[in-house]
Design a protein around this ligand. Sequence first.
Ligand code: NCD
Length: 306
Amino acid sequence: MSASKNDRKFKHLISIDELSKDDILYILDRAAEFEDVAKGKKVSKVLEGRILANLFFEPSTRTRMSFEAAMKRLGGCVINMTDTEISSVAKGESLADTIRVVSNYVDVIVLRHPLEGAAKFASENSKVPIINAGDGAGQHPTQTLLDLYTIQKESRLDGCRIALMGDLKYSRTVHSLIRALTLFRTKIYLVSPPMLRLPDDFIDDLSGDIQEAELEDIIEEIDVLYVTRIQKERFPDEEEYRKVSGSYIITSKTLERARESLIIMHPLPRVNEIGTDVDRLRFARYFEQAFYGVPIRMAILFELLK
Ligand code: NCD
């Protein structure tokens, strides 16, 4: 989150790179304090009178709804622009104009857009904080914070041995998460079909203990297995997608040699990367992970709006 001129520490949340390790740990601590409110066990009105706009130019279930739940649980209101077919976007309105207008209506904007860099561009045209809820194959910083929160709660962050598996080329959740993981003392394995490797220039830009591996060689060692969906919508060519579709599937058999304490995460939605037989195993944490999006987004909204 970028620093602002006023007394607020953060002004927007565009990229995870804006946060230091201490900033991240601070947000995770705040999220822990909001958990009871997120579960509806405690009532809070700290964002009463504030309005959030969800501007989603791509599909979403969890991100949009957990932002809405977070804002409402803190006493705020939400307006949604999710169907760009029935908004002025369909008439050809530019993103800059949409942002200029909406930022006069609300106190914070959550933006998901297919173009990398869209959230940054929006922040340059907005009077209110912009939260990047995914910009193409770029970044997804709020997902990263909830992923780190899940690792901290369900496993361990410092010293964590984690495999990032699947579509490492196009997955924005991986592109954000891997950068944050390098701030901690982690060992990172990259597991993917050759066509979906993390791009070389991306790897060159990272420092830390990172190596490519086959899952069968590391399954006994890892603490976290983070699986991603093949990002079909980012493939320039349907034929290329068909070549890799279904090329990795986690089943209970894959996990026979896993550590007792292994946790499996997935940002969801899953298509077929994790068999439903895995859901009932002790390893599965993806539904808990999805819940943690609510306290994490409460903490982010509170920091941006307090
Ligand atoms: C992810 C996304 O949109 O990048 N979903 C999410 O926000 N939980 C992952 C995905 O779509 O595969």
